[in-house]
Structure formats: C-alpha cells, structure tokens
Write a protein of this length. Structure first.
Length: 318
C-alpha cells in the first residue's frame, strides 16, 4: 500500500479545541479512531513534534503533517446479484440503485453490496480503486450511480468531479413549505460529537447545493437539487441545516410531525416511509472516449411516487 502524505494548518477559529477533535475536520477521509492511532504512533506531527496527546488544546495556525501507510484492504468478493443497468459500454456503467443497498463493503456490511454485484458483472474492476466507483449513494438513497470500468476512465471521471463537470440532479421531499429556490453554501465535516454523522462545521470542506421548488404541498415541498460538490450526506445535511429536513431521514430529520388535519392515509404513509425521500434523478457528463455529452435519468421508485400521489390528492397548494 502506498504511503500517504498530507499537510494542513489548524485554523485560528479552532483555538481552544482538542487536537483529537480538530484532526477529523482536517482529514475527513480517515476515521477518528485511525487518526488517534496515527497520532499515538507518531505518524502525525504538530509543528514538527510527535506523540502530542489528543486532549491537547490547540492554539491555531499549527502546521500538521500526516505521513502513514494504511493497512491493505480486504479484497472484495464478487457476488451474483441483480443490477439495474441503465447504460453500459467498454469504459463505464450507469446503475439505478434501489433503496436498502449499500454501495460498497464496510464494517457491518462486508458483502451483498452494489460493488460485490459489479465485480461479478465486471471482474476486472477488482483491479480498480474502490472497484471503479466514481461517486457514492447512501444505503437508502435511490437512483443513478456512475462506475468506471478502466483505470483511465476512473481518473477521467474523478477529475470531472473535481472540476464540477459531472451534473448530478436529485429529487427530494422535504418537511416544510419552502417559499423559493436558492443555494446552500456551507462547509461540511464530521459531527463534533457523533462521528457517524456529518454537520455544517467551520472546519469542514466546502459544500455547495443548489435547489428549486417543483411542487409545494401543505407542510411539504418537492425539490429539484443539483450538487456542485459531493460531500458525505451533503443534501441531507444542507436541507436539515436550512430547517427543511428530508422526509423519512432517520439521521437528520427528527421525529415526524404532520400538519393539522392531515388525512389518515397520508399520515400512515409518512409514518411508514422509513428512509430518506431522496432520489438521484439525472446524471450528465462528457463521455471519456467520444467526448460527447451524455445524460441519463431514472424514474422515481414506487414508494416515493406513491407518497407523492397521496400528497397531491389531499394537499396540493395553489
């Protein structure tokens, strides 16, 4: 495994914070536990010094250097699982991912993931970083996902992501009646107290989400959203930050509160919608070989459509 090397500077706004709380914000690609271990092992230096206790309060402006060799990852196994392939050629795959399917193996989900199915369909993807996954979708987010089939196309698409040249359009049903569209430009990083969650934090990475209203209901709004960046849980965090969390989101939405006089069947449907109402609807990019613009779309899944049908029947606003 190749040695990693990162440098960063602790911002002055972090003055007074614990070092072990600041590191995950500076290096969000690594878990808090891994960073703590690297700190203990001397792989992280602070102004040239090693073995600094994690509880040390930072002053701000310290120079941080991380040099370590991650452990070799377990080889992912191919599994014969159904794939809803929207498009495929010799260099890429576009998949319509269903709800409940984890994108790739992780602690607690070692198999039966999308990438296990991809490796069965495309065995050579075992040689690619992350199995060729260009971007991820959360377990219960549905819709389009792009996978490269060659090292060249993977590098190409990762560069397109960096330069914001892959268009990703989503549909989301949020709580509350939004008045107009807009943008959320707020940095996202690990939650300071719960590493399983993300949050808008000063030390986070830049994150930009554009949204506009499709339909307003009594107590709810159907949105079209475009990702300008691709942070973990970005849309879910940004909508919650605005005060319009996504319906059914078990992490960022809180308890269900239906508007007064909500019809019984609508209330029942909302109570039993146990995942975030978020769908990756459209995916557009320039093909790495033909250099022609390509755009793909995936219809809303049945549970999402059924929920909207009920809302339209009882609660459509003029």
């Amino acid at each position: 495994m190749q040695t990693i090397h990162h440098t960063a500077t602790i911002p002055t706004t972090a003055a007074g914070s614990r070092l072990d709380a600041v590191l995950p914000q500076l290096f969000p690609d690594y878990s808090r536990a891994k960073l703590q271990q690297w700190l203990l092992d001397g792989h992280i230096t602070i102004d040239g010094q090693t073995h600094i206790p994690g509880k040390t309060k930072v002053k701000g402006s310290e120079a941080i250097t991380l040099t370590a060799t991650p452990q070799v990852e377990t080889v992912w196994q191919a599994e014969a699982m159904p794939l809803n392939i929207v498009y495929e050629d010799e260099v890429l795959l576009v998949i319509n991912k269903p709800a409940g399917l984890v994108t790739h193996p992780a602690p607690g989900n070692p198999d039966h993931t999308l990438i296990n199915a991809v490796l069965h369909h495309c065995p050579l993807n075992q040689q690619l970083p992350r199995g060729g996954i260009v971007h991820r979708l959360d377990k219960d987010t549905t819709g389009l996902l792009l996978i490269a089939k060659t090292a060249e196309s993977l590098r190409y698409f990762i560069e397109l992501l960096k330069t914001r040249e892959i268009s990703r359009e989503y549909r989301a049903l949020v709580k509350g009646e939004m008045i107009s569209g807009g943008s959320v430009d707020a940095p996202i990083g690990r939650h300071p107290k719960d590493r399983k969650r993300q949050a808008v934090v000063a030390l986070g990475k830049p994150a930009l989400t554009h949204y506009r209203i499709i339909t307003r209901f009594r107590g709810y709004t159907l949105l079209q959203l475009h990702l300008a960046t691709g942070r973990t849980h970005q849309i879910r965090v940004h909508m919650s930050h605005l005060g319009y969390p996504i319906v059914g989101d078990p992490v960022y939405s809180g308890r269900l509160h239906c508007p007064p006089q909500t019809a019984i069947d609508v209330k029942h449907a909302l109570q039993h919608f146990k995942r975030q109402a978020l769908h990756a609807y459209r995916l557009s990019f320039i093909h790495p070989q033909t250099l022609k613009s390509q755009s793909f779309s995936a219809p809303l899944p049945d549970d999402f459509k059924d929920l909207l049908t009920l809302l339209e029947q009882y609660h459509v606003m003029d």
